[in-house]
Design a protein around this ligand. Structure first.
Ligand code: FES
Length: 106
């Protein structure tokens, strides 16, 4: 059961246990991270699960593909490490992952 560290907009830190196979979005929702509302339920169409992967982790997590980028570009202010958390699957390889949660744009 990997743990994920979420750094919230006020810089507070929330370390949570994640379930292997869940998405990072589901992990955030299950742990009451309110900024991630995940309005489309994980179908890569709303961008309300936007997160920013810590620099130390972006190579392992990978950057957004074309479809994910298109959704983000139409809805939010993207950064180079921006991802839709519903598109990141939790695996043991992500033990210790650090995710920055931006201020909600909704
Ligand atoms: S939950 Fe809608 S794009 Fe991720």
């Amino acid at each position: 059961m990997p743990n994920i560290t979420f750094i919230l907009p006020d810089e507070s830190i929330k370390v949570v246990d994640a379930i292997d196979g869940d998405s990072v979005m589901q992990t955030a929702v299950d742990n009451d991270i309110e900024e991630i509302t995940a309005d489309c339920g994980g179908s890569c169409s709303c961008a309300t699960c936007h997160c920013i992967i810590d620099d130390a982790w972006i190579d392992k997590v990978g950057t957004a593909d074309e479809a994910e980028t298109a959704v983000m570009e139409s809805a939010i202010e993207m950064t180079p490490n921006s991802r839709l958390s519903c598109q990141i699957k939790v695996t043991d390889a992500l033990e210790g992952l650090i995710v920055h949660v931006p201020e909600s744009e909704w």
